[in-house]
Design a protein around this ligand. Sequence first.
Ligand code: PEP
Ligand code: MG
Length: 666
Amino acid sequence: MLETPVVVKVHEGLHARPATQFAKLAKRFTCSLKIGRGDAWADAKSAVKLMLLGIKQNEQIVLRAEGDDEREALGRLAEFLADASISAPATGDAGDCGPAVAVEQPGTTPNAASTHAPSADGSGLSFKGVPASEGLAFGQAYAYFREEIVADRQSVAPHEVAGELHRFGTALEDTLRAMLAPRGDAAEHDEIFEAIAEVARSDDFAGAIRALVSSQWSAEAATLKCGLDLAVAFATLPDEYLRSRADDIRGLTRAVAASLLGKPLPSLSELPGPSIVLAEELCAPDLARADLRNILGIVCTSGSATSHVAILARAHGIPAILGVAADRDVLRSAARVAIDGGTGELWLDHSPEFEQAISKRLDAQREAQASLVAYREVEPRTQDGQTIQVAANLGSLAEIEAAQLAGAMGVGLFRTELLFMDQRRVPSEDEQYEVYSTLAGAFAPWPVIIRTLDAGADKPLPGVRFPEEENPFLGWRGIRMCLDCPEIFEPQLRALLRAAVHGNLCVMLPMVDDIEEVRRTKAIMARLSRELTEKGIAHGQPKLGIMIETPAAVLTADLLARESDFFSIGTNDLTQYIMAVDRMNPRLASLYRTDHLAVLQAIRIVCEAARRAKISVGVCGEAASRPEMIPTLVSLGVDELSMSPSAILRAKKVITEIEGTQRDAA
Ligand code: PEP
Ligand code: MG
C-alpha cells in the first residue's frame, strides 16, 4: 500500500466536473484508490463520493493506493490534483434550471391585480392579469405545470423484483439519453450533463436504488427515496457551489421517476405545435431552450410586467400576461386560449365566434403595425426640433434583424445576461467577442451599448449559484457581483475591449450605487487594455456609461456624471427602488408606477445632472416604449429612448407628434 499527501490546486476544488474527471482517471487503474480528508475517506473511483467529501482548493488530502499499479496511479492522480488549470466551475456547471427540475409549487397566490368572470360571450372563463407584452394571440393551450411526483405503489412482490430492476434500468437510460441528446451547439460542450450522468450511474444513485428494489421496493418509490436523500446530502454540504448540485440531482430523480410512472415531465422544447403556454412561472432558461416560433403567447400565474420573462416575451414579440390569479387546475384543463397582452385579458375555452372576433382584431392590429413602416428611416424629431434617438433593447443576435427592420438607431441596451443564460455555462471570452463584434458591426455608426453582466435577483445565472438572500433585489447582483467575480467580469471586459474596434461600442454598468464601483471598473479596464497592448491584441477604448437604477445613483448623479460618458435610466429597477415596490409582485402592480411623481422627480434630477456634465442620458426601462410616457420623458430632458424592436416604430411616430418639449419648463 502506498500513501501520498497532496495539496489540491484544482481551481475551486473537486466540484462536479473535476470530480467526474478525477474518478474517470482513477478507474483506469486496477488498484484500489482512496482519498482522505481529515478523518473522512472516500473511494476515489466514485465521483459522487468525491463531491460529497467537499474538497476545496488548497486543502491537503491524502491519496492511498493498494494494488499492482499503485505507484503509477498515485503519480497520475497527484498530478491531476496539483493542476490549477483544471476546471473553473463557473465555466462548466449547469444552473438551477438544469435538467427539467420540477418542483411542486405552493397553490396560486390570491392576486389583487387579477379578476375573473364568466367570459363575455358566455362560453368560458375570463381572467385579468398584469399586461406584460402587448399583442393578441389565440390557439391551443400547453400546460407547463410542475407536477408533484408520487409513487403509486411502494412495494412489489418477490417475483416482480427482476422486472422492476429492468424497468429502472430502462427509465434511467432513457432519461440520460434525453438529457444528453444534442441540442444545438450548446450541447456539444455539455460536460455538466455528463457529470450528472456519472452521478446517475454511480453506486450512490443507481446502486442505492437497485439495492432498495432488490428488497422489494417499487422502482419509482426507490428512485424518489434514494434520489431525494442524495439531493439532501448535497444540499447540506458547506460548499455553496456543491450545494447547488442538489437541484440537478432532484431534477434527475424526478425525471427518472416520471419516466417510470409513464408521466414524462413537460418541456418547452417539445411543444406539440404553435401553442399558448400556461405556467405558474417561467425562467429565462426555460424560454432559452424553447422553440419560440411555437410559442404564440404566455400566461403565468406569477410575475409582473418587468420580470425577465416579460422582457423576453416583449423582445420576441410574444404576447404575455403575468400574475393571473387563476387556479392551476382551471388553467390545466383549458383546451383553447385567447389573450390580449396589452390589456391583460385572458379567455379560456371561448366559442368559435369569439375566436373569430379575436382574429379580426388581430388583423386590425397587423394593419396598424404595417402603417407604421413609414417611420422606419425616420430620425424622429419633436415639432419644436428636438431629435430623439430611438434605439433597440436586445438580448440576442437573433433580434438584430427585427431591430433593423424597425429602423433602430443603434442599441441602447444589450442584456448580456441572456447570452449567459442561453447556455449552461459562462460563455468564453472569444464567444462573447464574436457576439459583441457582430452587434457593433451591425449597427455602426450608431452606438451599441452593451451592458455588463446583470445577473442576480430576477436573473439567475446557470453556472453560478447565488447565495440565499433575504432580499435578492437588494442583494448580490449586477456590478456588485461582477466586481466580486473577476473570473467572469474580466473575460467579458476583455471581449468588449476587443470588439470595440468593430463599431461604436459602448460599455454600460448595471445597478451602480457608488462612484467606487465605476472607478474600480475603469481601473480594471485600463489594466486589461494595457495587457492587450503588451500582447499586441487589437482593441478599442469604448465609452463607459452607467445605468441609473438606484436612489443612491440618482442622488449622486452629479458625482457619477464626472466618471461616466453617458447615463441610461433603468426605469424598471428605479421604479421598484424609489417606490419600494417589488417589480415582480403582481399584488403590488397598481403601486408600481413609473409615472409616479417620485419617479419623475428622480428622472428630472438625473437629466439635469447629465445636462450639467454635458453627457447624454437615455431611458432603457420599459417606460421608454410607453406612448403615454414618451412626451414626459422627452420633456424631462431624455436624449435617447431604448426599447424592444416591436415598439420602435410606434415610438418614432409618437415623438414626431410631440408639439413642444418644454424642456426648461418641465
Ligand atoms: C431596468 O431596470 O430598467 C433595466 C432596463 O434593466 P433590467 O430590466 O434588465 O433590470
Ligand atoms: Mg435593471
